[in-house]
Write a protein that binds this ligand. Structure first.
Ligand code: 8YV
Length: 313
C-alpha cells in the first residue's frame, strides 16, 4: 500500500521527523527553493500538513491542497494558521496545548525575577569588573507582596499564577469572564493595569487581541510597574511600549515575544530597562519533544480513524 502524502511546511524535532519519514511520504516544502514546482508535483495527493506555530498555515496554501484532511501544528498558538479557512473546508487543525504550560510559566517567573531583581545587569556587573571597581550594585525590587496582573487566565496564566503565589505575590486577572478562582477579577485591561505592579500577558495572539496594550494601558500601568509579555508581539503596540520605556511611563519590561520576530527593533532592545528572551519559553528539549510527539500522535490518530488528541475546539 502506498504511503500517505504529507506536506512539511515546517519541520519538528529530528526524532519525530524520523518517525514521520518512516510512516508517510514526506514532501519537504520547508526545504525546497521552488515551492510552486513541488506543489505542482504533489498538491493533489497531500492529505496532511505538518507545521509549527511560528511558520503557520495560510489559506492560500490550503486552496492548493484539494485532498487535505488535517493540519497538525507544533505550538499552542494558532494565530499564524488560517483556522477559519480550514474550518470552512472541514479540515481539522491540531495544536499542542498543555505540554508547554510549565515551561512557559517557569519562563514567565524567570522574566519577572530578572526584571525586578535586575539579573542581566547583575551578571554584567560581575563580568565587567564593575563590582570590584565600584562596590555594591544599586538596589533592586522585591517580588514579595507585589500584585501580578494576568491578562488571560488560561492554562498558562493559571500555572503562572500558581508559581507567583508561591513567591508570595498577590494575583489579579482579566479575561473574557470571571472564573471560579480566588484571585481579584478586573473587567478591563486598563483597570487591571492600574492595580498591578507587574502586568503579564498570557492571552492568545490574533486579531482579537491586537494592540490590546497601547498608550492608555501603559499609562495605567504606571512608572512603578513592569510589563511581561509571554503571549505574542501583536498584543502590544510596540512603538507605544518603546516610548513608554524611554519616557519612564512604565518602570520596565520583560519580553519573550516581539512585533517583527526575529528582528527586534534596536529602539526596544537598547533600552536599559528591558529584559529580552528570543521567543523561546517552550524551548526546552523536553517540552519541544512532547510538542513534536503530539504532532505525530495527532496524525496517527487521524489516519487510524481515531479521535484527535488535541483538536482545536
Ligand atoms: C513556539 C509558541 O515557540 O506554542 C506557541 O504558541 O509560541 C512557542 O511554544 C512556537 O510555536 C514555535 O513554532
Amino acid at each position: 500500500m502506498s504511503k500517505i502524502d504529507i506536506l512539511v511546511v515546517q519541520n519538528i524535532l529530528p526524532e519525530q521527523m524520523a518517525v514521520l519519514d518512516r510512516t508517510y511520504a514526506l514532501h519537504r516544502y520547508d526545504q525546497v527553493q521552488d515551492k510552486a514546482a513541488l506543489l505542482g508535483q504533489v498538491a493533489d495527493k497531500v492529505r496532511g500538513v505538518v507545521t509549527t506555530g511560528g511558520k503557520g498555515f495560510a489559506a492560500a496554501l490550503l486552496e492548493q491542497l484539494p485532498k487535505l484532511e488535517i493540519v497538525a501544528s507544533s505550538g499552542v498558538g494558532t494565530d499564524t494558521i488560517d483556522v477559519a479557512a480550514c474550518k470552512a473546508r472541514g479540515v481539522p487543525v491540531t495544536n499542542t496545548p498543555d505540554v508547554l504550560n510549565d515551561d512557559v510559566a517557569d519562563l514567565g517567573i524567570g522574566l519577572i525575577i530578572s526584571a525586578l531583581r535586575q539579573m542581566p545587569k547583575g551578571h554584567e556587573y560581575v563580568r565587567s569588573g564593575e563590582w570590584a571597581k565600584y562596590g555594591m550594585m544599586g538596589f533592586t525590587s522585591t517580588l514579595t507582596g507585589k500584585t501580578l496582573g494576568i491578562v488571560g487566565l488560561g492554562r498558562i496564566g493559571k500555572e503562572l499564577a500558581r508559581r507567583a503565589e508561591a513567591l508570595k505575590m498577590r494575583i489579579a486577572y482579566t479575561g473574557r469572564s470571571r472564573q471560579a478562582v480566588d484571585y481579584d477579577f478586573h473587567e478591563t485591561v486598563n483597570e487591571l493595569a492600574k492595580a498591578s505592579d507587574v502586568l503579564a500577558l498570557t492571552c492568545p495572539g490574533g486579531e482579537a487581541t491586537r494592540n490590546l496594550i497601547g498608550p492608555k494601558e501603559l499609562e495605567a500601568l504606571g512608572s512603578k510597574s513592569w510589563l511581561v509579555n509571554l503571549s505574542r508581539g501583536s498584543v502590544v503596540d510596540e512603538p507605544a511600549l518603546i516610548k513608554a520605556l524611554r519616557e519612564g511611563t512604565i518602570r520596565g519590561a520583560a519580553l519573550d515575544v516581539y512585533a517583527n520576530e526575529p528582528h527586534v527593533s534596536p529602539a526596544l532592545s537598547n533600552q536599559p530597562n528591558v529584559v529580552l528572551y528570543p521567543h523561546h519559553s517552550s524551548g526546552s528539549i523536553e517540552t519541544r519533544t512532547a510538542m513534536s510527539q503530539l504532532v505525530v500522535d495527532n496524525l496517527a490518530a487521524h489516519f487510524a480513524g481515531k479521535p484527535l488528541l488535541t483538536p482545536l475546539s
